[in-house]
Each structure stands twice: as C-alpha cells, then as structure tokens.
Design a protein around this ligand. Structure first.
Ligand code: ADP
Length: 387
C-alpha cells in the first residue's frame, strides 16, 4: 500500500493546530517525569524557552517553589511526597489511575517572580509506541479563585453589617413594642377607640419588625458560619408534642386544629432543642398561616430506616408548581397570600433549611395548588441505634 505522506503531514498539522488552540496547558511526561512535548498555552503560562522545557523535569520547568528555593530537582524536594500532581503522575504510570480536575495550589516562580497559582489538573496515562507516558492538562483557575475569595470577603462584610444593624435596631423596636402594649393594657380607658386601634397597629408592626430582625440576625449568624448547635439526646416525640402545644393556641384563634401522629419505633435523637423548635414553629406556623379556618394540620413523625422524618401536612392554599423550587431561598415569598392577612419575611424556610442541614438532615416540600402542602424534614438516627 502506498504511503500517503501528504495526508500524514496534514493530519499532524491539524492535530498540532488543535492542541495549540485549546485553552488549557497540555504536556506529556515520560516515565522519569520529564517533559516530552507541550502546547502553546503551556509555553505562554510558564514562559520558558523550548530548550529549557524538553527533556526537563516537570516541577523544574513549572518553577515549583520547593524545587527553586531548596535548589533541588523535582522529585527530590522535601515536599515531593505530598505533591498531589506528582503522586497522580506516578499513579498514572504504575497503576493506570486517571485523575480528573484535581486542585493544585502552590507558589511557582514565573520569570523570577514567586506567584501563588491555583490550577486544576487532569492526568491520564497513555501508550506512545511502546513507551508508557502521561498526558497532563493544566487549567489556570487563579483568577476565578481570587474572585471567589473577594466575593467571600464581601459576603462576610455584608453579614457583619447585617448582624450589627439588626442587633442595634432590636432594642428600640422592643421598647416601642413594650410601651404600646403597656399603654393598651394599663391606660386603655384614656384612649378613644381610634387611638387604641392605632396603638394596636403600632404593637403589631413592631412585633413584625422584631421578628424580621431576629430572622436577619439568624441569617447573618448562619451565613458567617456561627451556627452553633447545642445537641443533646432527647425523646423526639415528646419534644414535638410539647412544641405543638404552643402552636395549638395560635391555631385555635384561627379555628384550625393540629393533630399529631407518631408511627414506628422512634428512638432518642441528638438535636439542638431550641433550633429544632424554631424549625417546627416555622413549618407549623406556615401551615396555619396558609390554611383556611375549620381545616386541620397534621404533624406526622415516622421512623424511616436511618432517619426520623417529620411531616407537616396542611390542607391549605398550596404553592403553584413553578414557585416551589425557590421556596427555601432567603427572602423568597410566593404569590400565595396568608389566609388571615399574616405577614411574611421570607426568611423562615431558609433558616429552617440551614438548621436541618446543620443536623445532617434533609428538608423538602411537596405541594399542590389549592389542595395543600406537605413540608418534611429528616433527622439522622444515632449510628449505634440505626444498626
Ligand atoms: P415566612 O417565615 O416569612 O413565612 P418562609 O420562608 O417561612 O417565610 O416562607 C416563604 C414563603 O413560602 C411564604 O411567604 C409562602 O409564600 C410560602 N409558604 C411557606 N409555607 C407554606 C405553606 N404551608 N403553604 C403555602 N405556602 C407556603
């Protein structure tokens, strides 16, 4: 068969064009971790002349800070045993292990300057003729990592600001709430009907402001990683029953009944009582808020293998399907109005989700518009008890 040299040349050219136009740095090392070939992005990233790359040790060419500062070759420095990239290359060579987009954060010397770089590397063993080699793909994600860090710092600043603002507004709001209550309770005879009505509105609004500030403080605390769970071992059904008792008083004012059903053998659970009370109060409070008078809310506690699931089932207004996915996001409110004109901050479910997640559980909802909603969350059973 005639050997088509032109076609071979063409396909070689095509492959090298392809290789040089990919946005990742691509290079191949041999069994001694010496570079055998590399593309244009690699050249641009590490800025070395070709004769200082080909046949040279990988870490030396990359300008690994350990190799440069210890004056040693790649493979001989004090940190080579802990270098993820090196270990991946060796594993690819000896065990054919494939590494996909692993992170590498390290100081590198580029043209004499020490620079902190973030890479993601992919390592794959290849057979080139008879020789086993390793293909490496490096993506420089330094800019993305730096932007992520800036965003995290800004987010922390926002949380601190939110925390301070909410904290400082709490005392004046509670003074307004207490005084309006005091005037209504002890000076009612001095007010006209209209004045008393105004005082009632002031009391209601300041209670709402206080609730909003409490929620904002919770969000700021949780977001800045300061959610501290004080977990103790408790009989969960007893705890739920006790929490329901308080909610029943509010529900009865609206003519709504709350039932409790405990199914299966529910063991003692480890949880933070205050925080889980907050979760239950939110879910039951919502169920009452979006239900019509005369209906019932069912709270069901059931052991399901390694978890105990709590369901809060209402026969209320339900949530339109398109609005369900965003429901656990901060400040998210749906188009559904509360049946008794109650106010909503859109923070309760976001806080509940973070508390449940903090306990290692899951939270979710199944809802049908016009028929009602079932909010549920799980709490893990102790490993010992689960077995
Ligand atoms: P808030 O605590 O202010 O009520 P949530 O985060 O608890 O806020 O709830 C967010 C939104 O989810 C509510 O404004 C409401 O639109 C919707 N929602 C929550 N629970 C129910 C429910 N049981 N039935 C219908 N809509 C609900």
């Amino acid at each position: 068969m005639a050997f088509d040299l032109d076609r071979l040349r063409e396909s070689k050219d095509f492959l090298s064009t392809l290789l040089n136009n990919i946005t990742s740095a691509i290079f191949i090392v041999d069994e001694a971790v010496r570079i055998q070939t590399f593309n244009d992005v690699f050249r641009a990233l590490f800025q070395r002349p070709e004769d200082q790359v080909l046949g040279e040790l990988c870490g030396n060419v990359l300008g690994c800070a350990y190799a440069v500062e210890e004056g040693k070759d790649c493979g001989q420095t004090s940190c080579c045993h802990a270098c993820g990239l090196r270990q991946s290359v060796l594993k690819a060579l000896t065990e054919d292990v494939f590494t996909y987009r692993a992170p590498l954060t390290r100081d590198f010397y580029v043209q004499g300057t020490r620079i902190l770089k973030h890479f993601q590397y992919t390592v794959k063993s290849i057979l080139y003729g008879d020789a086993r080699m390793v293909l490496l793909i490096l993506d420089d994600v330094t800019q993305i990592e730096e932007q992520k860090k800036t965003l995290e710092e800004l987010n922390n600043l926002k949380n601190r600001f939110l925390g301070i603002a909410a904290h400082d507004l709490r005392s004046p709001a509670s003074v307004i709430e207490m005084n309006s209550n005091f005037l209504l309770n002890y000076g009612a005879e001095n007010f006209t009907g209209q004045q008393a009505e105004l005082l009632t509105i002031i009391g209601e609004r300041s209670r709402f402001i206080l609730k909003l500030l409490e929620d904002l403080l919770d969000v700021a605390k949780i977001e800045s990683g300061k959610l501290q769970l004080n977990k103790t071992k408790n009989r969960y059904p007893d705890f739920v029953a006790k929490t329901l008792a308080l909610n029943r008083i509010i529900a009865e004012r609206k003519g709504i009944r709350i039932d409790l059903s405990v199914r299966g053998d529910v063991p003692e659970l480890m949880f933070d009582k205050n925080k889980m009370e907050q979760v239950l109060n939110n879910l039951i409070g919502n169920a009452v808020k979006y239900s019509e008078p005369g209906t019932a809310v069912l709270v069901e506690v059931v052991r399901e293998g390694p978890v105990v699931t709590t369901k809060v089932i209402d026969r209320g207004k339900g949530i339109p399907a398109g609005e369900v996915p965003a429901i656990f996001q901060e400040f998210h409110r749906t188009s559904v109005d509360a049946t008794g004109g109650e106010k909503s901050t859109g923070l309760g479910l976001a806080i509940a989700k973070k508390i449940v997640k903090g306990h290692g559980g899951e939270i979710g909802v199944a809802s049908e518009e016009g028929k009602g909603s079932t909010f549920y969350f799980s709490l893990p059973v102790d490993k010992e008890q689960a077995t």
